[in-house]
Every structure is written in C-alpha cells, then in structure tokens.
Ligand binder design. Structure first.
Ligand code: SF4
Length: 468
C-alpha cells in the first residue's frame, strides 16, 4: 500500500519564496506532525512525504497512492482542499488532520473522505486498517494522551534543503492566551516525551541547527522547569554538538541554573512572546503571566544574554487598545528591553480560539469568504476590523515598527552590544538584515497582490464596516 503525506503551501506566506533568497530557508520549518504520522505507519505501507513549502510536485507524474494524508494550519486550508479535490478526482482516498481540520471539522469534511482531529497517535492505526478494508469512517477523534509511547518521528523521509532540524519535547501549554489555539489543539496539560527517546532523536537529526518546536519549551511550574533541566543535562552528557533555538516564556530569564544548562547544551537563541508593551494589552489577550514579569524584562534579557543566548521578541499589533503609534511604541520598548530581533504579527482570530468566538459573534471578521480567505490567516495580514486602526493603518504601523527597530543605526547598536557581551554578533547581523530586507519586501508584495483584487482592500474604518 502506498501513502503520500503532504504539507500544502500557502501562496501568501513568504517562506515559499525560499528559492529567491537562500536566507528564506531559515524560515521554513519541517512538517514534524507528518514525520510522526509516518512513524506511526506500519512498514507494509510505503510512505512518502511532500513538503510544498520546499518543493512543488507534479503529482500526476507519480504513482497513484492508496491514501493521501494532508495536514494544514488554517492558512494552508484552501490549498489542502485543492489537493484533496485533485486526488479525489483520481479516485484516491484523502484524509486530513492537523489544527485546521480539528478546529473546522465540518468544513474540512466537505472536501475530504475522513478527518483526524487532535493528535494522531491513538487513531492512525485504525485509519490505515479501515482504509485497507474499505471501511474508512468520516471522523477519527484523537486524544491528548501520554507521550511516553509517541514514536520517534521519521526524519529520514524528508528531503534535504532545510536549514533547521525540528524536535518536539513537550505538547500542551498551561497558559491560555485568547489568540492562541495551542490549548484547544494540544490541551492545557503539559505533557513531555521520555528523555532517552529525545536524545536518540536529537542524534538522528541531520541538521546542525535545530528548532525545538514546543510552544512552551520550559513550562511554568517548578516540575516543568526541572524536567527541562534534566533534558538539558542529558544533552550535555550525550556530547551531541548541535545548536538549537526554542520558544520560551519570560520565566526563562529567572533561573541562572536553567540558563547555564541551556547554554552548555547548545542553546543559541530563544523566541519570547512579549505580545504587548502594556499591562492593559496583556490583560486584553489573557496573558496575565507576562503582566507579573513586565517590570523585570530588561534584567531578564540581560541575564539571558550573559549566557550567550540571543532573544527574539514577538509582539502583536491590532489589540483593542492599540492606536496610531503602536508600531513605534513596540520598537521603542524592544530596544529598551535590549532584544536582538523583533517579530510583529497582526492579531488574528484563528478558529478554535477565544478570540475567534469573540470576533465572529461581534461580526468583526472582514476576510470571511471561506475557504478562499483562509490563505490570509498567516498572522501577517489584517483579517478583522480593529478597534482604532484601519486595514492600511495596521500595515503602516507594522512598517513603522520594523523601519524604526531595523534602522541601520539600531542594527549597528545591537551588533556592538553583541560584541561587548561576547555573544555571536553574526547571528544578530544576519537575522536583522533578513528582517530589514525580506520581511518588509515580501509582506509588501503580498499586500500588493491583495490590493489588485478590486474592492477587497478596506482602506478606512468605514470600508471595513462594509465588508462585514
Ligand atoms: S501563546 Fe504561548 S503561552 Fe500563550 S497559550 Fe499559546 S503557547 Fe501558551
């Protein structure tokens, strides 16, 4: 039996333009979920994985498979449905899983033969067995079970061409920010994989740079942090010399032992979701955890830097409290905190989130012609009606933020700070130039593509009202 697992592309995501600039490869993450599904697939199935973010295939030239498995974030849903249509027209059975199918199962089931919601571990064997006997059910509900038996993902099945390997050590997040679908998809219970399995997998990953894809690598409680420290000790003892980056909460900077272990285990950078520069903004998005840390951000960033670890900060534009000048305020705060790179996203109501329910019930979602409009749900596109900012003002605020933070003077100051702190200035130099040159340009191209569709761009608040 032949199985194709496909990660669909999204035409509005700049990473698909990786051939235009080799640095863009640093923003292409491996579709780890598909590697897990491949590992759950018995050897009597021949499995191939296609990641359209790296390479587009002409599937008509390939052998006809017995089953297609498609994963999709919301922004990939429209392409996922097009793929399903293409394969179904050739008589191939199509199954869809991932976050979008989990959050919008009714919509997805109109395009595919079967849906897998939640995590695949407990149900994938049933999907394959039922496919083989022609008794596929329309829905398989995965659960948030223990990860103790989760298999080691099939990294060997993906082609070369990625700058980062990927590793997942935990699932779930104990926090519940209103814009985030992690708790709806993976649950609030913080679950972790066995450390021996992780070391084995870490050694198998061929790339020298690894992205730890956990939504929250260290967790929030004492026992979570202890688990992370034990993992870091095991990496150090293993002697595997790789560099890695991870997504962490602000408490990463509170614990000197954790920082020291992380640095020794190869950590070169962390992504931190600061989200908003004000406590009112953090309260609005239910990120109370950060409010308690607001006053201590600058010293925490300094402590992280002292261990040679860089900090990339992520912020959101479009909160109800955000007014004109929010872009410059974010850039100013990011410079004050001393972070090395800055990433800005637009507040986006993703299905399954509290924000989605709130915005949908108050008719604030502008791009709502689904499934076609899902491709704009990349977090780099304003898709809703924002309280104080029009569509074009949102984009202008983001531009202002990047232009201010990534001015040549700002970049030089950060490089100089890196040299003084004995950190690697090259990482900061490259990431800053990448943001300055690519993000502004590629996002602008996407906005212009959108702009060419007559009547679709709400130029003012009143236009926005007309769309809803
Ligand atoms: S944004 Fe981060 S901290 Fe908040 S719920 Fe999602 S994963 Fe957890």
């Amino acid at each position: 039996m032949l199985l194709y697992l496909i990660n669909p592309y999204n035409p509005m995501v700049s990473v698909v333009k990786s051939k235009q600039n080799r640095w863009n490869r640093y923003t292409v993450w491996k579709p780890l979920g598909l590697l897990v599904v491949a590992a759950l697939t018995p050897t009597d199935w021949e499995t191939e994985i296609f990641d359209e973010n790296v390479e587009r295939k002409d599937y008509s030239g390939l052998p006809v498979p017995d089953l297609i498995g498609i994963t999709a974030f919301t922004s990939q849903a429209d392409r996922a449905y097009a793929l399903a249509k293409e394969f179904k027209s050739r008589g191939v059975t199509v199954v869809m899983g991932g976050i979008h199918a989990t959050m919008c199962p009714e919509e997805a089931s109109r395009y595919v033969d079967s849906i897998v919601t939640g995590e695949a571990e407990k149900v994938w064997a049933d999907v394959l067995a039922d496919t083989a006997t022609g008794r596929l059910k329309p829905l398989y509900s995965g659960t948030h079970g223990s990860l103790s038996k989760s298999p080691i993902p099939r990294h060997d099945l993906l082609a070369h061409g990625y700058r980062f390997g990927s590793l997942q050590t935990t699932r779930g997040c104990p926090l519940s920010c209103n814009f985030c679908s992690v708790t709806a998809f993976n649950g609030r219970h913080y679950r972790h994989r066995p450390i021996p399995d992780l070391i084995k997998e870490y050694a198998l990953i061929r790339e020298k740079l690894v992205l730890v894809v956990d939504d929250n690598f260290i967790g929030t409680r004492k026992e979570h942090i202890e688990r992370t420290k034990n993992l870091l000790r095991a990496i150090i003892v293993s002697g595997i010399k790789k560099k890695w980056i991870a997504q962490v909460t602000l408490n990463f900077g509170d614990d000197e032992e954790l920082l020291s272990l992380a640095a020794k285990a190869g950590c070169i950078g962390v992504f931190v979701g600061f989200e908003s520069v004000s406590s009112a903004g953090l309260k609005e998005i239910h990120k109370q955890f950060n409010i308690r840390k607001l006053a201590g951000i600058k010293p925490a960033v300094k402590r992280i830097h002292r261990h040679g670890i860089s900090v990339v900060g992520s912020f959101i534009i479009g909160l109800d409290i955000d007014k004109k000048h929010v872009g410059k305020d974010i850039a100013f705060a990011a410079q004050l905190y001393g972070i090395d790179a800055l990433n800005v996203m637009f507040l986006t109501p993703l299905p399954g989130t509290v924000l989605w329910e709130e915005m949908r019930s108050s008719h604030r979602i502008i791009l709502n012609k689904y499934p076609g409009d899902w491709m704009y749900y990349t977090l780099t596109f304003p898709v809703a009606r924002y309280n104080h900012l029009s569509w074009s003002e949102m984009i202008a605020e983001k531009d202002d933020c990047y232009r201010s933070f990534y001015s040549y003077g700002g970049i030089l100051r950060r490089i100089w700070a890196n040299i003084l702190q004995l950190r690697n200035p090259l990482v900061t130099f490259v990431s800053n130039l990448w943001y300055r040159r690519n993000t502004l340009r590629l996002d602008r191209e996407a906005y212009e593509m959108f702009d060419t569709k007559p009547g679709l761009v709400p130029q003012s608040q009143s236009d926005s009202h007309r769309r809803t």
